[in-house]
Ligand binder design. Structure first.
Ligand SMILES: [Zn+2]
Length: 140
């Protein structure tokens, strides 16, 4: 998933800062990250960066709708994938895998009750070691 991160920031009315670009660069590879994971990735190339800088950048990106966050397993996870999908929290591996499930029925039911869905986040808790092999290979 390649994107012009600087352009993305500008399109959301955000200032382009090296910290925001660096956070987005890691996240644009896809997948789900905790603040600590992004922090330890960034420290490899920018040893002076602090954890609070990372969290500030994530907070701003999330509020501007550039990334999405959700809670699972006592952690906050961040991802760039915004379209509705199911996030499966693997309790045995402490990680998240994306599973494509048709959620249009959920949105339709909500719409019938007058709710226009802006963001839909479904979190499922599971034991991923019991998942089908193909699924694990598709989402390493
Ligand atoms: Zn996801």
């Amino acid at each position: 998933m390649e994107m012009d991160t600087a352009e993305l920031l500008r399109s959301r009315g955000l200032k382009v800062t090296p910290q925001r670009l660096a956070v987005l660069k890691i996240m644009s590879k896809g997948g789900h990250y905790s603040g600590e994971q992004i922090f330890s990735e960034l420290r490899k190339t920018e040893p002076s960066i602090s954890l609070s800088t990372v969290y500030n950048a994530l907070e701003i990106l999330q509020r501007a709708g550039v990334v999405r966050s959700f809670e699972a397993g006592g952690k906050t996870w961040y991802e760039v994938r915004l379209e509705p999908h199911v996030n499966v929290y693997c309790e045995d591996m402490d990680e998240i895998v994306d599973v494509d499930v048709d959620l249009s029925g959920v949105m339709k039911s909500l719409q019938e009750q007058g709710i226009e869905t802006k963001n839909l986040s479904v979190i499922v808790y599971a034991e991923c070691s019991k998942m089908k092999k193909e699924l694990k290979e598709a989402h390493p």
